[in-house]
Design a binder for this molecule. Sequence first.
Ligand code: MN
Length: 302
Amino acid sequence: MIYIIGHKNPDTDSICSAIALTYFLKEKSGWEVKPARAGDINPETKFVLEKFGFPEPELLENADGKQLVLVDHNEKEQIIDGSPKIIEVIDHHKINFSYPEPINFISEAVGSTATIIAEKFFSENMEIPDNIAGILLCSILSDTVIFKSPTTTEKDKKTAEKLNKKLNFDLEKFGKEIKQAGMDLDKPAKELILRDFKEFIFGAKKFGIGQIEIVGIEAFLKERKLEINTAMEQVKQEKGYDCLIFAATDILKEGSEFFIEGQEEKIEKIFNIKLKEKSAWIDGMMSRKKQIIPPLDEYFKS
Ligand SMILES: [Mn+2]
Protein backbone atom coordinates (compact mmCIF):
# COMPACT_ATOMS: atom_id res chain seq x y z
CA MET A 1 0.00 0.00 0.00
CA ILE A 2 1.24 3.48 -0.91
CA TYR A 3 -0.07 6.45 1.07
CA ILE A 4 -0.46 9.81 -0.61
CA ILE A 5 -0.05 12.47 1.99
CA GLY A 6 0.29 16.25 2.41
CA HIS A 7 2.10 18.30 5.04
CA LYS A 8 1.60 18.44 8.80
CA ASN A 9 -1.11 20.85 9.85
CA PRO A 10 -2.82 20.12 6.52
CA ASP A 11 -4.68 22.68 4.41
CA THR A 12 -7.20 22.21 1.62
CA ASP A 13 -4.55 21.84 -1.10
CA SER A 14 -2.72 19.15 0.86
CA ILE A 15 -5.81 17.07 1.56
CA CYS A 16 -7.58 17.47 -1.77
CA SER A 17 -4.44 16.96 -3.88
CA ALA A 18 -3.89 13.67 -2.03
CA ILE A 19 -7.45 12.52 -2.76
CA ALA A 20 -7.33 13.56 -6.43
CA LEU A 21 -3.89 12.02 -7.04
CA THR A 22 -5.08 8.78 -5.45
CA TYR A 23 -7.92 8.61 -7.97
CA PHE A 24 -5.55 9.42 -10.84
CA LEU A 25 -2.99 6.78 -9.92
CA LYS A 26 -5.60 4.09 -9.35
CA GLU A 27 -7.23 4.77 -12.72
CA LYS A 28 -4.03 5.15 -14.67
CA SER A 29 -1.60 2.74 -13.09
CA GLY A 30 -3.74 0.48 -10.97
CA TRP A 31 -1.43 1.21 -8.02
CA GLU A 32 -2.61 0.27 -4.57
CA VAL A 33 -2.87 3.77 -3.16
CA LYS A 34 -4.72 5.51 -0.40
CA PRO A 35 -5.03 9.17 0.59
CA ALA A 36 -3.86 10.04 4.09
CA ARG A 37 -3.47 13.10 6.28
CA ALA A 38 -0.74 14.21 8.69
CA GLY A 39 -3.03 16.06 11.11
CA ASP A 40 -6.48 17.43 11.84
CA ILE A 41 -8.71 18.78 9.08
CA ASN A 42 -9.32 22.54 9.29
CA PRO A 43 -12.82 24.06 8.99
CA GLU A 44 -12.26 25.18 5.38
CA THR A 45 -11.23 21.70 4.24
CA LYS A 46 -14.11 20.16 6.16
CA PHE A 47 -16.51 22.38 4.22
CA VAL A 48 -14.90 21.38 0.89
CA LEU A 49 -14.94 17.63 1.63
CA GLU A 50 -18.58 17.75 2.74
CA LYS A 51 -19.56 19.80 -0.27
CA PHE A 52 -18.18 17.20 -2.69
CA GLY A 53 -18.97 14.13 -0.63
CA PHE A 54 -15.52 12.88 0.37
CA PRO A 55 -14.69 11.34 3.77
CA GLU A 56 -11.66 12.61 5.67
CA PRO A 57 -8.55 10.68 4.59
CA GLU A 58 -7.04 8.29 7.10
CA LEU A 59 -4.86 9.90 9.79
CA LEU A 60 -1.27 8.63 9.78
CA GLU A 61 0.38 9.09 13.18
CA ASN A 62 3.74 7.82 12.09
CA ALA A 63 5.30 6.96 8.74
CA ASP A 64 7.71 4.26 9.92
CA GLY A 65 8.05 1.57 7.28
CA LYS A 66 5.35 3.13 5.10
CA GLN A 67 5.62 3.99 1.41
CA LEU A 68 4.65 7.59 0.75
CA VAL A 69 3.97 9.94 -2.13
CA LEU A 70 4.35 13.47 -0.77
CA VAL A 71 2.08 16.18 -2.12
CA ASP A 72 2.20 19.90 -1.35
CA HIS A 73 5.42 19.77 0.69
CA ASN A 74 9.01 18.58 0.55
CA GLU A 75 10.81 20.04 3.59
CA LYS A 76 11.72 17.65 6.34
CA GLU A 77 10.00 19.67 9.08
CA GLN A 78 6.68 19.38 7.30
CA ILE A 79 6.85 15.67 6.57
CA ILE A 80 5.01 13.33 8.91
CA ASP A 81 7.26 11.88 11.64
CA GLY A 82 9.01 8.55 11.17
CA SER A 83 11.24 7.06 8.48
CA PRO A 84 9.11 6.39 5.44
CA LYS A 85 10.16 5.20 2.03
CA ILE A 86 9.41 8.13 -0.24
CA ILE A 87 8.34 7.14 -3.74
CA GLU A 88 7.57 10.50 -5.28
CA VAL A 89 7.13 14.21 -4.48
CA ILE A 90 4.69 16.59 -6.19
CA ASP A 91 4.92 20.13 -4.91
CA HIS A 92 4.86 23.86 -5.62
CA HIS A 93 6.91 25.12 -2.67
CA LYS A 94 10.56 26.05 -2.54
CA ILE A 95 12.74 22.99 -2.65
CA ASN A 96 14.63 21.88 0.40
CA PHE A 97 14.80 18.15 -0.06
CA SER A 98 17.32 15.39 -0.15
CA TYR A 99 16.89 11.65 -0.33
CA PRO A 100 19.45 8.85 -0.54
CA GLU A 101 17.82 7.22 -3.58
CA PRO A 102 16.61 8.46 -6.97
CA ILE A 103 12.93 9.33 -6.89
CA ASN A 104 10.43 11.21 -9.04
CA PHE A 105 10.40 14.82 -7.94
CA ILE A 106 7.83 17.01 -9.66
CA SER A 107 8.05 20.68 -8.80
CA GLU A 108 6.35 23.55 -10.54
CA ALA A 109 6.18 27.22 -9.57
CA VAL A 110 2.40 27.50 -9.66
CA GLY A 111 -0.16 28.63 -7.10
CA SER A 112 -1.27 25.23 -5.88
CA THR A 113 -0.37 21.55 -6.01
CA ALA A 114 -3.89 20.97 -7.34
CA THR A 115 -2.89 22.83 -10.51
CA ILE A 116 -0.12 20.26 -11.12
CA ILE A 117 -2.45 17.31 -10.39
CA ALA A 118 -5.18 18.66 -12.69
CA GLU A 119 -2.58 18.96 -15.45
CA LYS A 120 -1.86 15.23 -15.07
CA PHE A 121 -5.49 14.44 -15.88
CA PHE A 122 -5.49 16.87 -18.82
CA SER A 123 -2.29 15.54 -20.35
CA GLU A 124 -3.55 11.94 -20.16
CA ASN A 125 -6.90 13.01 -21.57
CA MET A 126 -8.46 11.37 -18.58
CA GLU A 127 -12.03 12.25 -17.66
CA ILE A 128 -12.20 14.05 -14.30
CA PRO A 129 -15.26 13.13 -12.21
CA ASP A 130 -17.20 16.23 -11.06
CA ASN A 131 -16.38 15.72 -7.39
CA ILE A 132 -12.65 15.42 -8.11
CA ALA A 133 -12.79 18.51 -10.35
CA GLY A 134 -14.62 20.23 -7.49
CA ILE A 135 -11.99 19.59 -4.83
CA LEU A 136 -9.15 20.50 -7.20
CA LEU A 137 -10.94 23.75 -8.01
CA CYS A 138 -11.41 24.50 -4.31
CA SER A 139 -7.71 23.86 -3.68
CA ILE A 140 -6.69 26.34 -6.38
CA LEU A 141 -9.12 29.00 -5.10
CA SER A 142 -7.94 28.43 -1.54
CA ASP A 143 -4.18 28.36 -2.11
CA THR A 144 -4.22 31.38 -4.47
CA VAL A 145 -6.66 33.29 -2.20
CA ILE A 146 -9.05 33.51 -5.16
CA PHE A 147 -6.19 34.44 -7.53
CA LYS A 148 -5.14 37.40 -5.35
CA SER A 149 -2.01 35.85 -3.88
CA PRO A 150 1.25 36.91 -5.57
CA THR A 151 1.97 33.20 -6.12
CA THR A 152 -0.90 32.97 -8.62
CA THR A 153 0.04 32.15 -12.22
CA GLU A 154 -1.89 32.24 -15.51
CA LYS A 155 -1.80 28.45 -15.41
CA ASP A 156 -3.73 28.40 -12.12
CA LYS A 157 -6.45 30.60 -13.60
CA LYS A 158 -6.69 28.57 -16.82
CA THR A 159 -6.75 25.30 -14.89
CA ALA A 160 -9.50 26.58 -12.59
CA GLU A 161 -11.59 27.65 -15.58
CA LYS A 162 -11.11 24.26 -17.22
CA LEU A 163 -12.10 22.41 -14.04
CA ASN A 164 -15.11 24.67 -13.68
CA LYS A 165 -16.44 24.00 -17.21
CA LYS A 166 -18.95 21.41 -16.05
CA LEU A 167 -19.34 22.72 -12.51
CA ASN A 168 -20.17 26.30 -13.50
CA PHE A 169 -19.48 28.08 -10.23
CA ASP A 170 -19.15 31.84 -10.02
CA LEU A 171 -15.48 31.53 -9.03
CA GLU A 172 -15.26 34.80 -7.10
CA LYS A 173 -18.41 34.03 -5.14
CA PHE A 174 -17.57 30.38 -4.58
CA GLY A 175 -14.03 31.28 -3.53
CA LYS A 176 -15.38 33.67 -0.90
CA GLU A 177 -17.73 30.96 0.34
CA ILE A 178 -14.79 28.58 0.79
CA LYS A 179 -12.67 31.18 2.56
CA GLN A 180 -15.57 32.19 4.77
CA ALA A 181 -16.20 28.58 5.81
CA GLY A 182 -12.55 28.45 6.86
CA MET A 183 -12.79 31.58 8.92
CA ASP A 184 -15.21 30.05 11.29
CA LEU A 185 -16.91 33.37 12.02
CA ASP A 186 -20.06 31.80 13.33
CA LYS A 187 -18.89 32.30 16.90
CA PRO A 188 -19.81 34.85 19.61
CA ALA A 189 -18.23 38.29 19.03
CA LYS A 190 -16.15 38.05 22.19
CA GLU A 191 -14.58 34.85 20.92
CA LEU A 192 -13.70 36.49 17.60
CA ILE A 193 -12.08 39.46 19.36
CA LEU A 194 -9.99 37.17 21.58
CA ARG A 195 -9.15 34.52 18.96
CA ASP A 196 -5.83 35.99 17.87
CA PHE A 197 -5.16 38.39 20.70
CA LYS A 198 -2.14 40.07 22.24
CA GLU A 199 -1.58 42.42 25.16
CA PHE A 200 0.88 45.30 25.14
CA ILE A 201 2.06 48.07 27.43
CA PHE A 202 2.79 51.28 25.55
CA GLY A 203 4.11 53.97 27.89
CA ALA A 204 1.88 53.64 30.95
CA LYS A 205 -1.12 52.33 29.02
CA LYS A 206 -2.34 48.79 28.78
CA PHE A 207 -3.54 47.71 25.33
CA GLY A 208 -5.32 44.64 24.05
CA ILE A 209 -5.17 44.10 20.28
CA GLY A 210 -7.13 41.40 18.48
CA GLN A 211 -7.24 40.61 14.78
CA ILE A 212 -9.23 38.25 12.58
CA GLU A 213 -9.11 37.59 8.86
CA ILE A 214 -12.37 37.72 6.98
CA VAL A 215 -13.76 38.10 3.49
CA GLY A 216 -16.88 40.12 2.84
CA ILE A 217 -16.40 42.82 5.48
CA GLU A 218 -19.61 44.67 4.48
CA ALA A 219 -21.90 41.73 5.15
CA PHE A 220 -20.01 40.95 8.33
CA LEU A 221 -20.43 44.49 9.68
CA LYS A 222 -24.08 44.60 8.74
CA GLU A 223 -24.75 41.46 10.71
CA ARG A 224 -22.33 41.74 13.60
CA LYS A 225 -21.33 45.35 14.28
CA LEU A 226 -23.59 46.03 17.25
CA GLU A 227 -22.69 42.73 18.83
CA ILE A 228 -18.98 43.47 18.42
CA ASN A 229 -19.33 46.93 19.95
CA THR A 230 -21.02 45.45 23.01
CA ALA A 231 -18.39 42.73 23.34
CA MET A 232 -15.63 45.35 23.01
CA GLU A 233 -16.98 47.26 26.02
CA GLN A 234 -17.18 44.03 27.97
CA VAL A 235 -13.65 42.83 27.19
CA LYS A 236 -12.13 46.24 27.93
CA GLN A 237 -13.82 46.32 31.34
CA GLU A 238 -13.13 42.75 32.29
CA LYS A 239 -9.44 42.97 31.48
CA GLY A 240 -8.92 46.57 32.57
CA TYR A 241 -7.42 47.86 29.32
CA ASP A 242 -6.88 51.53 28.66
CA CYS A 243 -7.53 50.75 25.04
CA LEU A 244 -8.90 47.75 23.18
CA ILE A 245 -8.39 47.47 19.44
CA PHE A 246 -9.95 44.86 17.18
CA ALA A 247 -8.97 44.72 13.52
CA ALA A 248 -11.25 42.79 11.20
CA THR A 249 -8.94 42.36 8.23
CA ASP A 250 -10.50 41.69 4.84
CA ILE A 251 -7.86 39.73 2.93
CA LEU A 252 -9.52 40.43 -0.43
CA LYS A 253 -10.32 44.11 0.03
CA GLU A 254 -6.88 44.47 1.60
CA GLY A 255 -7.72 46.63 4.57
CA SER A 256 -9.16 46.45 8.08
CA GLU A 257 -12.19 47.66 9.94
CA PHE A 258 -10.72 49.10 13.13
CA PHE A 259 -12.82 48.81 16.27
CA ILE A 260 -11.67 50.98 19.17
CA GLU A 261 -12.74 51.08 22.80
CA GLY A 262 -10.87 53.64 24.91
CA GLN A 263 -8.36 56.39 23.95
CA GLU A 264 -10.52 57.07 20.91
CA GLU A 265 -9.34 60.59 20.13
CA LYS A 266 -5.69 59.65 20.29
CA ILE A 267 -6.19 56.58 18.12
CA GLU A 268 -8.06 58.70 15.56
CA LYS A 269 -5.10 61.05 15.43
CA ILE A 270 -2.45 58.31 15.23
CA PHE A 271 -4.12 56.42 12.39
CA ASN A 272 -5.69 59.46 10.77
CA ILE A 273 -9.22 58.08 10.92
CA LYS A 274 -12.66 59.25 11.98
CA LEU A 275 -14.55 56.68 14.04
CA LYS A 276 -18.20 56.17 13.29
CA GLU A 277 -20.09 54.14 15.87
CA LYS A 278 -16.74 53.05 17.32
CA SER A 279 -15.08 51.82 14.13
CA ALA A 280 -13.47 52.96 10.90
CA TRP A 281 -12.11 51.34 7.72
CA ILE A 282 -8.37 51.65 7.09
CA ASP A 283 -7.28 50.85 3.54
CA GLY A 284 -4.11 48.77 3.28
CA MET A 285 -4.07 47.94 7.00
CA MET A 286 -3.11 44.26 7.10
CA SER A 287 -0.47 43.64 9.75
CA ARG A 288 -0.68 44.09 13.50
CA LYS A 289 3.05 43.60 13.84
CA LYS A 290 4.10 46.03 11.14
CA GLN A 291 1.30 48.58 10.94
CA ILE A 292 -0.56 48.74 14.25
CA ILE A 293 2.00 48.26 16.99
CA PRO A 294 4.84 50.58 15.85
CA PRO A 295 2.78 53.82 15.64
CA LEU A 296 1.09 53.09 18.98
CA ASP A 297 4.40 52.36 20.64
CA GLU A 298 5.91 55.50 19.16
CA TYR A 299 3.04 57.74 20.27
CA PHE A 300 2.48 56.48 23.80
CA LYS A 301 6.04 55.87 24.91
CA SER A 302 6.78 59.61 24.95
MN1 MN B 1 -0.36 24.21 -1.58
